[in-house]
Design a protein around this ligand. Structure first.
Ligand code: GLA
Length: 392
């Protein structure tokens, strides 16, 4: 949305004031490869999307904070003192969680604010609409309060808001990508140290096509937490033989093969196998990207999906159907589910000449096989969180 349009929307919602309106944007994210790795201390390779959440903010003369969204007709209003006392189970829990984490860092809000959010990321599609909401709030309020905006810290505090206030036990990847994304770059993030490298994402004649299954991610929180605890169990079995092993993703694939017998449970072995092999695939993908070998990158995407389906078991029929159909299209180099799984989106790398037939044919076959209507976004890699100062 254009700066001017959001300013108008803001004024029609909140009226005029002497204070200036400031505008910020944080993208959604797509994970290219490295799924269910962040909480296992390994490498992930996400990228920021070109669409996200825009936030318009204006300082108020009193101590009230008001939240509005273009998606909902109502405005939620709190006194600064009562913010964070109770959760409403609504979208405002995300920004309120962030404000409460800022408070814990001794960055209380010094005045009230009017906030208007404009979201372009479909909710529940696994493209990190919640991380985008958190990160844009943290960044905007730090700017408004004249505080330093360290984007790694912003990612961490946004993750804490999600873990502590909203109550989802997610890893750091989404918030990190949304905060630190850079145009035309993927982010190679080492999740245990939070060191990262921006890897040029030059796909030439190939486009990233995100396919939304429009299957709501049912049970995602409980299944997600179950996977996390299975990984913890696998790690403690391995630690009996590798006492220095801190994170599951740090074990080498060859070493896991030697230690297979420590698992009396096939499920835990499969979970560990996925994590350790997926971590290796992330590094191989970065090599492939640096060597401009997109065919290899596509193969690794395919292998990632197959492992998430068979070993980690976080895919679902809708994701598998969409991936299967995507791979049928000549010009598709690779296709996989992205994000937590159990619904949400796929990501494919498709030759630009094949994109139109990809959208038609995959959409048709998907409808026929699942009864659901898919949506597709042909998308470049955008910027991380930023202030929008001039019209662009
Ligand atoms: C969700 C979580 C992330 C990550 C992915 C799976 O998006 O928020 O932290 O664990 O699932 O890779």
């Amino acid at each position: 949305m254009k700066k001017q349009e959001i300013e108008q929307l803001f004024q029609s919602r909140y009226g005029d004031s002497q204070e200036n309106i400031f505008i910020f944007n944080a993208p959604g994210r797509v994970n290219l490869i490295g799924e269910h790795i962040d909480y296992n201390g390994g490498y992930v390779l996400p990228a920021a999307l070109e669409f996200g959440t825009t936030l318009a903010v204006r300082r108020r003369g009193d101590r009230k904070v008001t939240f509005a969204s273009d998606n909902f007709p109502y405005v939620v209003e709190y006194d600064l003192g009562e913010l964070g006392r109770s959760k409403g189970g609504e979208w405002v829990d995300y920004p309120i969680g962030v404000i409460s984490e800022l408070g814990k860092l001794d960055i209380p809000l010094t005045s009230g604010y009017d906030l208007l959010y404009y979201g372009e990321i479909p909710n529940g599609a696994g493209l990190s609409s919640s991380a985008s909401l958190e990160v844009v709030t943290a960044f905007a309020l730090l700017v408004m309060e004249g505080k330093e905006q360290d984007k790694v810290e912003i990612a961490r505090l946004s993750q804490r808001a999600e873990n502590h206030y909203v109550g989802v036990n997610s890893g750091i990847m989404d918030q990190f990508a949304v905060a630190n994304g850079a145009k035309d770059h993927a982010i190679l993030l080492m999740c245990d140290t939070l060191e990262y490298e921006l890897v040029p994402f030059r796909t030439g004649l190939y486009k990233l096509v995100i396919g939304n299954t429009n299957k709501r991610r049912g049970l995602v929180d409980s299944k997600y937490n179950e996977r996390r605890s299975q990984c913890d169990e696998a790690l403690s079995l391995l630690q009996a033989h590798e006492p220095k092993l801190q994170y599951l993703a740090h074990l080498q694939p060859e070493r896991l093969r030697q230690l297979e017998t420590v698992f009396d449970n096939r499920v835990l072995l499969n979970r560990a196998k996925h994590v350790i092999e997926e971590n290796a695939r992330v590094l191989a993908s970065v090599e492939a990207l640096k060597a401009n070998d997109l065919h290899r990158f596509g193969e690794l995407m395919n292998a990632s999906h197959d492992s998430l389906r068979d070993l980690y078991e976080v895919s679902c029929t809708e994701l598998d159907v969409m991936v299967e159909e995507a791979r049928q299209i000549e010009g598709t180099l690779g296709s996989r589910m992205t994000g937590a799984g159990f619904g949400g989106c796929t990501v494919s790398l498709v030759h630009e000449d094949a994109v139109a037939s990809f959208v038609d044919q995959v959409g048709d076959a998907y409808r026929r096989r699942t009864g659901l209507e898919a949506e597709f976004y042909v998308c470049g890699v955008g910027h991380g969180v930023h202030e929008i100062k001039e019209e662009n």
